[in-house]
Design a protein around this ligand. Structure first.
Ligand code: OSB
Ligand code: MG
Length: 368
């Protein structure tokens, strides 16, 4: 596919409600939308870097820089065959997976449109709809959290994840469990703890949680092994797994029992499929994480989550949980059985709402 032009759209979108994690609070979500023109077709991708380097060292600022100054020159005017070809071209760029993944997504959209296939078909997905849950940020109080959980359960979400941080962990999770004894519940610490906190967190083990996500530092897979050894609840790694190699380290070290797959963090959808396949071989279930995506990234998450080893509900909620107006014309809705239907249209299966895209764009850079 001859890459004729690339446009970077730096977006800022208001969230329907603030999202607070152990690393900060967002009321608007920023990202970079990537538009690639090739042979009469347009491919769209989403780079999930946000404004602050809280979840990842990458930000909208670093990804604009890496995209503009390094990735774009490597592919503009070139004939890029597919995802492996793209990964080969950018292999000299260390890290910056969120930036690379945004471009790879646009290439998959183009590939699907060219072959008249959905991403779900290209990946070999095995289900038409995927089980989903909702990720709830830290609220002003445990009571406020219980109210928020009740609201989402009322909307039909059968699995809830709550964010925890020091001072807002055992008590918050216990309050939710007390009110919802049967709810499929899990917690996410976003690296807020160290091994010194393990004994204090031990009461989490009595709350019948599906998993404890990323309690410790991102670059410390070995301490997660020690943490997992002290807990019956499965540990799930998110931030630590930045490549298929890291997934292998975690499996070999018994650092976790479950892996959260995010194509952005791994450097591309192709890498997400690789981690999926590796985990399948090792009987380790995976689930699809989320980064508060627009309809573009959400469509790609649904296609990925249709693969067979996605055994737990994903953080892929309905569009209205995030945005009043989205940049895709399609909005994703929650089915009564706590699933979302996988798009079947060609490529990502979504179309762009140009008015909304323009309204949310802070800055646009075109290369041709
Ligand atoms: O750790 O899973 C995370 C959002 C932004 C950054 C990191 C995380 C999250 C979420 C939200 O938990 C998941 C979603 O998109 O609903
Ligand atoms: Mg997480």
């Amino acid at each position: 596919m001859k890459i004729e032009s690339i446009t970077l759209h730096h977006l800022s979108m208001p969230l329907v409600s603030p999202f607070e994690t152990s690393f900060g609070r967002e009321t608007t979500r920023q990202c970079v939308i990537i538009e690639i023109h090739s042979e009469g077709l347009i491919g769209w991708g989403e780079c999930v870097a946000s404004h602050d380097p809280g979840y990842s060292y990458e930000t909208v600022g670093t990804s604009m820089h890496i995209l503009r100054d390094f990735i774009v020159p490597l592919i503009l005017g070139k004939d890029v065959k597919d995802a492996p070809d793209f990964q080969g071209r950018v292999s000299g760029i260390r890290g910056h997976h969120l930036a690379k993944a945004g471009v790879e997504m646009a290439l998959w959209d183009l590939l699907g449109k060219r072959e008249s296939k959905s991403l779900h078909e290209l990946f070999g997905g095995v289900r038409e709809k995927v089980e989903v849950g909702v990720s709830i940020g830290i609220q002003e109080s445990a009571q406020g959290l219980v109210r928020s959980v009740a609201e989402y359960v009322g909307q039909g979400y059968a699995r809830v994840k709550i964010k925890i941080k020091p001072g807002r962990d055992v008590e918050d999770a216990s309050a939710v469990r007390r009110e919802f004894p049967q709810l499929r519940l899990q917690v996410d610490a976003n690296s807020a703890y160290s091994m010194d906190d393990a004994s204090r967190l031990k009461p989490l083990d009595d709350l019948k949680l599906l998993l404890i996500e990323q309690p410790l530092f991102e670059d410390d897979i070995w301490d997660h092994h020690k943490f997992q050894a002290q807990f019956n609840t499965p540990i799930c790694l998110d931030e630590s797994i930045v490549s298929p190699r890291h997934a292998r380290y975690a499996i070999e070290m018994k650092a976790c029992k479950i892996i959260n797959i995010k194509a952005g963090r791994l450097g591309g959808l192709s890498q997400g499929v690789m981690v999926h396949d590796l985990c399948l071989q090792h009987d380790m279930p995976v689930w699809c994480g989320g980064m508060l995506e627009t309809g573009i990234g959400r469509a790609s998450n649904l296609a990925l989550a249709s693969l067979p080893n996605f055994k737990l509900p994903g953080d892929v909620s309905a569009s209205d949980r995030y945005y009043k107006n989205d940049i895709t014309n399609e909005r994703f809705v929650l089915n009564p059985d706590s699933t979302i239907t996988v798009p079947t249209g060609v490529g990502l299966g979504v179309t762009i709402n140009e008015d909304n895209l323009r309204a949310y764009t802070l800055k646009k850079e075109k290369f041709s």
